[in-house]
Design a protein. Structure first.
Ligand SMILES: [Zn+2]
Length: 107
């Protein structure tokens, strides 16, 4: 099965985490990304926007950290800075909940 090819799950997770719909910039969920084909180390994936239905197909031939992935609305995440780290440190110093559950809510 295509989805069981080693690396496929990570690739789908990467798309869902970092790519957005080119039409409306809505995030993809893992269920919105499908593997159409795997061959000789590259994947052909299709992603369907859960918000507007726009579908696109792209080829991925990369491995983590996916530096060669096509630019299809990549979220431009800024590198963490000292202020981010300080903010998290302050938050975690007073956080007494379930960290696993907390991280599970991060999208
Ligand atoms: Zn969309």
């Amino acid at each position: 099965m295509l989805a069981e090819q080693p690396g496929t799950r990570d690739l789908i997770a990467f798309v869902a985490r970092y790519m957005t719909c080119s039409a409306c910039h809505h995030a993809y969920g893992a269920d919105d990304v499908a593997v159409d084909r795997y061959s000789a180390g590259f994947w052909i994936l299709s992603a369907t926007c859960p918000a507007c239905g726009q579908s696109r197909t792209f080829t991925a031939f990369d491995r983590p950290p996916y530096t060669q992935m096509p630019d299809m609305g990549m979220t431009n995440l800024q590198p963490l800075n000292d202020a981010d780290v300080g903010e998290w440190a302050a938050f975690l110093a007073h956080f007494d909940g379930d960290l696993i559950e907390l991280l599970g809510t991060v999208d």
